[in-house]
Design a protein around this ligand. Structure first.
Ligand code: NDP
Length: 249
């Protein structure tokens, strides 16, 4: 029997990260869900069944990441996939004139430094198995609304980190990024109580807002062997919104 491939996914207690974990389990992977919300992470892993394991982790904590890498080495002897998904997902930081350095750093530390630390400590494990890394960026790396500088900078930095690391980590490890657009990650009850407006869906060239499964499908492909000739790239999964030209009528 061949051993199942093993993926580590950060921020996997909910939302896009959980969607990716679910998709990988369906594809026969073992998944390690890492999130700072330990109870939610435990519940998510229990829901996914025996192929999932929960780890309490803050991606800003280098010592904890080093320990996790040791645990994974002892348990699995290597890693086939890393998905850097954990992020401060709220993009609004307010006017830059009043943005405190401490608040700026919240976005940079989690969304950019976190992936750096995760890659730094898991790269030897990924190299040993010729694994792949997927970064979850944002279309806000490419386009902006006002007062989103910290988030946009963190995701723009992650996009550049992706192609730089792809060049350094090859040929053993491939590194790619996904830029999600609007993905509805709200719990089912909230979706029922506050449904999105028809215009929310209609404005997208594909006619709908995105789902975690839309991002998960591409993440699973990029982690797998069929993407073996793809590295250092980034894709928008946004229903076409970054291709839509908008001028006032
Ligand atoms: P959610 O907020 O629903 O889930 C993110 C998870 O990551 C939460 O469980 C959160 O815990 C956890 N987390 C946050 N900070 C840390 C940390 N320092 N260490 C470990 N875990 C952490 O986010 P989404 O699923 O919406 O987003 C996931 C990723 O996708 C993010 O990187 C986001 O920027 C990106 N994205 C999302 C889009 C969307 O429309 N949803 C669009 C474009 C990009 P806690 O709840 O405690 O904060």
């Amino acid at each position: 029997m061949t051993q199942a491939r093993v993926a580590l996914i950060t921020g996997a207690a909910r939302g896009i990260g959980l969607g990716i974990a679910r998709r990988l389990v369906e594809g026969g992977w073992q998944v390690v869900l890492a999130d700072r919300d330990a109870p939610a992470c435990e519940r998510a892993a229990a829901h996914l069944g025996g192929a999932a394991m929960a780890i309490s982790l803050d991606v800003r904590d280098e010592a904890a990441i080093r320990d996790l890498a040791r645990t994974l080495e002892a348990r699995y002897e290597g890693l086939d996939g890393l998905v850097n998904n954990a992020g401060v997902a709220d993009p609004i930081c307010g006017p830059i004139e009043t943005l405190e350095l401490e608040r700026w750093n919240q976005w940079i530390e989690t969304n950019l430094t976190g992936p750096f630390l995760m890659c730094k400590h898991t790269l030897p494990l990924l190299r040993s198995r010729r694994g792949a890394i997927v970064h979850i960026g944002s279309t806000r790396a490419l386009q902006s609304e006002p007062h989103t500088e910290a988030y946009a900078a963190s995701k723009g930095g992650l996009a550049a980190f992706t192609h730089a690391l792809a060049v350094s980590a090859g040929p053993e490890v491939r590194v790619n990024a996904i830029h999600p657009g609007w993905i509805d990650t709200r719990p089912e009850t909230e979706r029922r109580n506050e449904p999105l407006r028809p215009v929310d869906h209609r404005q997208h060239p594909v006619g709908r807002v995105g789902e975690p499964a839309d991002v998960a499908a591409l993440a699973a492909f990029l982690l797998g062997p069929e993407a073996g000739f793809i590295t250092g790239q980034a894709w928008a999964v946004d229903g076409g919104m970054t291709r839509r030209m908008i001028y006032a009528e």
